[in-house]
Design a protein around this ligand. Sequence first.
Ligand code: PEP
Ligand code: MN
Length: 356
Amino acid sequence: MVVVMAPEATQADVDGIVDVVRDAGGEAFVTRGVSRTIVGLVGDVDQFGSLNLRSRPGVLDVVRISVPYKLVSREHHPNRSVVQVGGVPIGPDTMTVIAGPCAVETPEQTLIAARMAKAAGAALLRGGAFKPRTSPYAYQGLGEAGLKILADVREETGLPVVTEVIDPRSVDLVSSYADMLQVGTRNMQNFALLQAVGEARKPVLLKRGFSATIEEWLMAAEYIAQRGNLDIVLCERGIRTFETATRNTLDISAVPVAQRLSHLPVIVDPSHSGGRRDLVLPLTRAAIAVGADGIIVDVHPEPEMALCDGDQALLDSDIRELASVAAHLPPLMGRTLTPPRDVSPRDTSAAPAPVG
Ligand code: PEP
Ligand code: MN
């Protein structure tokens, strides 16, 4: 059950709802949006019925939501949302490209990859400083030193930074450098981490667990929303199936299904889905055609030397084609490619590649 507060509701009105719900043995979570405040109720819904919440001061509406994810559901919020990341929108009218190296390795590698990203039409830079590797012997990332490199490259190129956080204890640290916090596939049901990013004042990119159903993915998003953060973007990154020709199977139907069930933007990761460079452009076309709100792509100046996921990283010679796909396909879907935000970066050498 969700209580929607009227625009003119006071803090005392909101506190009043929280108090009566708690007195009745329930729990209430307050989420403040730009235009309205909502209070999500957890507990015995029938018992809340007797509280007459609708007639309390400051209450606009009380909505019973049938699905187990409420705040992120379209039942609760019929219009699709736009999430702003450092001044760059991700939402229903645009196609936002996020690109960069899988892992931050050196300042030079990250800067060159960011220039490749920008030339491909990216408005946001990706790059992992904390890497959640399946093997404990694989490269684990540079940690805070990697975050500093990302911040320097943002300064140089003007691209806001999307980077992964793998532990609730480092959410504050990662938030102090990042424009968007990524929760990876292996952590989709790390509930302590979801709650911690829900309390952070940064947008969150929530990747689908590789063995998670769409409903489980939306319930994971609900953990973040319940803590007051509704700036969530969902990312389909491939699921585990019997197929061995690809690293994962891109569940392309998850995009329209999730968009129908949830108001949150949904993007696709064609790099981690296929795990193969030759599949990235075909899967990018499929993602745009199915109506994704964005893509997140690995690029690397020297993939054969990459410390992580080199097989799927696009090369410099692929960038022109990615730029062409990103410029030409979205208009056919009624969208425009999100341009880089309007700032004057120090580095002007990374103009988008001419597309033809
Ligand atoms: C990544 O984006 O670098 C990553 C580790 O992705 P995933 O969590 O989808 O494997
Ligand atoms: Mn990777």
